[in-house]
Design a protein around this ligand. Structure first.
Ligand code: SF4
Length: 740
């Protein structure tokens, strides 16, 4: 394949940095050289260690051929694609007969390209008639998507990265942006150095992000809503609210204003475990700023009250009018490179392409017609979400579990229960680029998939910028693109008409034409245009008319925006009209319910889990990159010195962490960066990379009732130190345990 300088996107996180890939000769061997793309509007040439080292994992442990085994106790045997497709089609027909069509479930990934996502929706929701497609985005940002939809009438982060450089005050809550979205943080950090803008960080840990904050609020886990309502209380008391915006553009303020009356600084400080003057300082920063940009990720979303948290944060923007203006807005940072594209293509069990929902009869009818399917082909109720798929396996209601580009045997909550459910699966397909992964242990059929650089498609990043990602490497072995696999299954099931497309460009064209008149209008985008012009942000209607400003709304807009002319493009809601029925955003009045599993006498600590700078999720790629393994050789448990002293734990000593569900062992990292009573462990290490180092062995599966996102961020645990036999390494120890 001819590889000169190819522009593409980093396939790791939702920042969506542009990369430039070229082939160089190193030690006489052709090697891929990866650099930041200076022309990419999101990253301006910057990359972190993950993007810079991506090429090193491309040829390690690849799954090259379809492989099959009848039972999990047998060894895999190589089979042909023809045999693999026969197995899939026969299994689909058998499960339809034995369980009904809802016995089929596919669990996908934000690693997929939009074309893959779209084709899977057509196969599952359209042709088969089950809405049992969900993705690991459910574990990542479902609460943000539902929060936006409920408050603003539609999903889609309203802000853009340029706001990082325009804001007067950045409010980061539940996000270690410096490590998990490093290039976003770099842009913000540069702005903070150059300006008088303030940074507030809310996190129980003093992370790399919190270290550079003007104000760090180390709240107790689960008290986010108390804090946000407390800030709102002060803003209201001080009259620092935008009454014109509230009156003209929102509903529900009076109920919310009543609720926040009771959130006195004394009460909030006590509940959150922070100082009153720090709470007041946060409110004062917010009050004095011309523009406030809030940023969040899993710390808010992975909660049994995730949607309520997101909506409570959006309330602050609505009461101050900090939305749709430069430097302002509630900005959810997505985890995966194409979590956004997945949402756009309908890649969760309640969605259809173009931010449509399966519950809406008009939406179903529109998509059925577009897919040339008979009326009522699409089921009217949401399918199984991620955890409901595990419950379906437990109950024997799922007869075919199809896992695509993800690793639930590490990333799901309550891992022992997850693994037991996977063991019960009558037939699991694992479609992945890599082998082995922890989940391939539970598979019957392995399908080799193409990955980054081996197929052509698009991805959307956190700021709604769509980047064209072309193929620039040859296909390894017999691997296929994910969309090709779905389409071939569809054709073999008799849906030739629905799967006529022979290129991802055709699929993308079909998908974007379904987004007209939708908030995520992408009818102006095509592979050809993205390849020629570079990354483009949506909304991008075909007629190129991003913001509607009429003589009727111009005066009001100018007042609301405090500026001469309303801005165009880039950010959403610059016209101060929202995607609700009456165009008004909605306040939501929530009291905090706290953690689903608060600490108690038996399990007195709160365990919070998170990511490290270098590793990506379950290490399927980064575990195979030498430089990153050296950067983060082992997991660890952060524990406050006071707690460590009380338990007699010294630095580096192996600690066993137990929850009501399972246990894991980590060497102690004693640090004041964590608040007493809370401990932290990274979530990356699965069974392939360590012994008893799975943080999710401890987590529970309680979910947010609205977003169905599990509360991966917090569970109650007890700590015991482990006594090592001589010569044993703390990271590998399985020796006697001394309870303390
Ligand atoms: Fe890739 Fe995210 Fe790093 Fe950018 S910040 S290089 S998108 S991992």
């Amino acid at each position: 394949m001819d590889l000169r300088k190819t522009k593409t996107l980093c396939p790791y996180c939702g920042v969506g940095c542009g990369l430039e890939v070229s082939e160089v000769t190193k030690n006489g061997q052709p090697t891929l050289k990866v650099m930041g793309d200076r022309q990419h509007p999101s990253s301006l040439g910057k990359v972190c260690v993950k993007g810079a080292t991506i090429a090193e994992a491309l040829d390690r442990d690849r799954l090259l051929y379809p492989m099959f085994r009848r039972s999990l106790s047998e060894k895999f045997q190589r089979i042909s694609w023809d045999e693999a497709f026969d197995l899939i089609v026969n299994r689909i027909q058998a499960v339809k007969a034995s369980h009904g069509v809802d016995g089929i479930a596919m669990y996908g990934s934000g690693q997929l390209q939009t074309e893959d996502y779209y084709t899977a929706q057509k196969l599952l929701k359209g042709c088969l008639g089950t809405n049992n497609f969900d993705a690991n985005s459910r574990l990542c940002m479902a609460s943000a998507a539902v929060g936006y939809t409920q408050s603003l009438g539609a999903d889609g982060p309203p802000a853009c990265y340029e706001d990082l450089e325009l804001t007067d005050c950045a409010f980061i809550i539940g996000s270690n942006t410096a490590e998990c979205h490093p290039i976003v943080f770099n842009r913000l950090r540069e702005h903070l150095k150059r300006s008088k803008a303030k940074l507030i960080v809310v996190d129980p840990r003093c992370t790399k992000t919190a270290e550079v904050a003007d104000l760090h609020l180390a709240i107790k886990p689960g008290t986010d809503i108390d804090l946000l309502n407390g800030i709102a209380h002060l803003l209201l008391k001080w009259g620092k609210i935008d009454t014109l915006f509230i009156d003209e553009c929102t509903n529900g303020f009076s109920k919310y204003a009543m609720l926040i009356q009771s959130y006195t600084p004394e009460m909030v400080a006590r509940r959150c475990g922070i100082r009153i003057d720090h709470l007041e300082q946060a409110a004062e920063y917010w009050a004095k700023a011309e523009s406030v940009l809030s940023l969040w990720s899993m710390g808010m979303n992975q909660s049994s009250e995730g949607t309520a948290k997101v909506r409570t944060l959006i309330n602050l923007h609505l009461m101050t009018g900090d939305i749709g203006r430069p430097g302002s807005g509630p900005f959810s940072l997505t985890g995966q490179p194409n979590a956004m594209g997945g949402r756009e293509a309908g890649g969760l069990s309640h969605l259809l392409p173009g931010y449509r929902t399966v519950k809406n009869p008009a939406h179903r009818a529109f998509i059925e017609q577009a897919w040339q399917l008979p009326p009522n082909s699409i089921a009217p109720l949401p399918g199984r979400d991620a955890w409901a798929m595990i419950e379906g396996l437990e109950a024997g209601e799922v007869g075919l579990f199809w896992v695509v580009a993800t690793n639930p045997a590490v990333s799901m909550p309550d891992l022992e229960r997850t693994k037991a459910a996977l063991l019960k699966s009558p037939f699991t397909i694992c479609q992945d680029a890599y082998y082995p992964t922890e989940t391939t242990n539970y598979a019957h059929l392995l399908l080799p998939a193409l990955q980054w650089g081996e197929k052509t498609g698009t991805m959307t990043n956190s700021e709604r910028i769509v980047t064209y990602c072309p193929q620039f490497r040859d296909r390894p072995g017999e691997a296929w693109a994910d969309w090709e696999i779905f389409a071939e299954v569809g054709r073999r099931l008799g849906f030739q008409q629905q799967f006529r497309a022979v290129s991802s460009a055709e699929i993308y064209a079909e998908f974007t034409q379904l987004t007209g008149d939708r908030p995520c209008n992408m009818t102006g985008l095509s592979h050809q245009r993205l390849a020629a012009e570079g990354p483009i942000q949506w909304p991008c209607p075909a007629e190129e008319n991003p913001i509607e400003v009429t003589p009727d709304n111009r005066g009001l807009l100018q007042k609301l925006l405090h500026q001469e002319e309303p801005l165009k493009g880039k950010r959403l809601y610059t016209d101060r009209r929202f995607h609700t029925a009456d165009g008004r955003a909605k306040f939501a009045a929530y009291h905090s319910r706290g953690l689903a599993e608060p600490p108690n006498t038996e399990y007195p600590f709160v365990l919070t889990i998170g990511r490290l700078y270098g590793h990506w999720h379950t290490m399927t790629r980064t575990g195979r990159i030498e430089k990153i393994r050296k950067l983060h050789p082992n997991p660890f448990l952060e524990i406050h010195p006071r707690d460590a002293a009380r338990l007699g734990i010294t630095a580096g000593e192996l600690v066993e962490v137990r929850s009501p569900r399972g246990m894991a062992r980590f060497p102690a990292l004693i640090t004041k960066n964590i608040t007493p009573g809370t401990v932290f462990a990274p979530m990356h290490w699965g069974a392939l990379w360590g012994e008893n180092t799975e943080a999710n062995a401890l987590s529970h599966a309680a979910t947010c009732p609205d977003s169905l996102q599990p509360e991966l961020k917090a569970c109650a645990v007890q700590l015991c130190k482990v006594e090592l036999a001589p010569g044993r390494s703390p990271s590998l120890a399985t020796e006697a345990i001394i309870s303390v």
